[in-house]
Design a binder for this molecule. Structure first.
Ligand SMILES: *Cc1c(COP(=O)(O)O)cnc(C)c1O
Length: 406
């Protein structure tokens, strides 16, 4: 195998002249904090999702924290979170003094409704499902459990901008949904995020929380002409999206359907090869839950397979892959604080040694895609127990206990 000469990055945003021109025009207009571009971006995003309201923020992490704060989460409350997620999902619960209750995932790597049901206690206030990899979780089951127990649902849709669920976009059900525009996500504003709500009564409180807890009464603005006056009604956050980022977002949103189409095209090509291989589990494309392919996660269930050596082999072929995620219960902060019992998360514990995220993004060329396929097949064949037994045994000890370095 000759391999490729220039390394293929794990991810790369698709930024075109449209975004660059929009940034320049916005800089020239001189309005750099929240202004007209933010309002346009919010309106167009809400329209795309099919939600009545969207609120632009500076990250998905802020969106999640503001959402929980708006729903009154605080000390003594429990928030149910899947263990196979990015740390932000649980960190925001800690920030508010509440307890993240981690639950296991199902064989599709999505939050397990059965595990959620078992985790509900008298203290549970919120369920925070994650749409892992850009495929919708079993949201109907989650919302059903929430209804039975009078809980609220805050969706971590960081991977699911543009994902379909039962023929609609993710983000128009549940109480609040949080999206991410981090550079690796389905669309980007550099950094940034968005909140969508289905319950309009939450909008004023969310908007206040995003801007310091500031309230401007119509009365002061209009009748007494005290345009400069405001009142702080709670200690809110500084979490609004700046104007330049909204200008990027408006252009990215126009391209989002095309981006999603290209992701799907690449996944289809990957599936056509990898689904033939024994011991390899390709991402599941489920009825009513078509995969959005924010991530393309291979699960390699081959005896003797060492994921970390596999990743090193790919790196040597100039293909950068990644791991999403080390489950939260295996991170020092959470494992020390909560002392989870061994075997509490059997699926996550077994899958976290098998999962590999391959590069998948619209900026990849067809040749890039073929290079990934060639590198994966070659790394897998040389990792068969016969071929790599010595090396595997040697390195397994070093890798034991750690799921990844991410
Ligand atoms: C990226 C990510 C976040 C955080 O998004 P930011 O916009 O970077 O704050 C939250 N949850 C998940 C699952 C993510 O992958």
């Amino acid at each position: 195998m000759k391999g490729r000469e220039i390394p293929l990055p794990y991810s790369k945003p698709s930024i075109g002249d449209e975004e660059i021109s929009a940034v320049i025009a916005t800089m020239r207009a001189g309005h750099l904090s929240a202004g007209p571009q933010v309002r346009v971006f919010e309106e167009q995003f809400a329209k795309y999702i099919g939600s009545s309201h969207a609120i632009a923020v500076n990250s998905c992490t802020s969106a999640l924290e503001v959402a929980l704060a708006a729903l009154g989460v605080g000390p003594g409350d429990e928030v149910i979170v899947p263990t196979l997620t990015f740390c932000a999902t649980a960190n925001v619960v800690e920030h508010l003094g509440a307890t993240p209750v981690l639950v296991d995932v199902d064989p599709h790597l999505q939050i397990s409704p059965e595990a959620v049901r078992r985790a509900v206690t008298r203290r549970t206030r919120i369920i925070m499902p994650v749409h892992y990899g850009g495929q919708a979780c079993d949201l109907e089951a989650i919302e059903q459990i929430a209804e039975e127990h009078q809980l609220k649902v805050v969706q971590d849709a960081a991977h699911a901008v543009g994902t379909d669920y039962q023929g609609r976009k993710i983000g128009n059900s549940s109480n609040i949904t949080a999206f991410s525009f981090y550079p690796s996500k389905n669309m980007t504003t550099g950094e940034g995020g968005m909140l969508t709500v289905s319950d309009n009564t939450l909008v004023p409180r969310l908007r206040q929380l995003v801007t310091h807890g500031i309230y401007r009464s119509e009365h002061c603005l209009l009748e007494r002409n005290r345009f400069w006056h405001y009142e702080v009604i709670m200690p809110g956050y500084k979490a609004n999206m700046p104007e330049v980022l909204a200008a990027i977002g408006i252009e990215q949103l126009k391209k989002l359907d095309g981006f999603m189409q290209r992701r799907r095209q690449i996944a289809t090509r990957y599936n056509s090869v990898f689904a033939q291989l024994t011991g390899i589990v390709t991402p599941s494309d489920l009825p009513f839950r078509p995969h959005g392919y924010h991530l393309y996660t291979l699960r390699i269930a081959v005896t003797g397979f060492d994921r970390d050596i596999f990743l090193q082999r790919l790196e040597k072929s100039n293909i950068t892959a990644s791991v999403h995620f080390t489950p939260l219960h295996r991170h020092p902060y959470y494992s020390r604080k909560y002392q989870y019992s061994a075997g509490a998360f059997p699926n996550a514990d077994s899958f976290c040694r098998q999962i590999v995220s391959l590069p998948i993004y619209p900026a990849m060329s067809d040749d890039d895609v073929e290079d990934v396929i060639e590198a994966v097949c070659s790394a897998l064949s040389s990792l068969s127990p016969a071929a790599g037994a010595g090396e595997l045994a040697e390195q397994r000890d070093a890798a034991d206990g750690a799921c990844s370095s991410e």
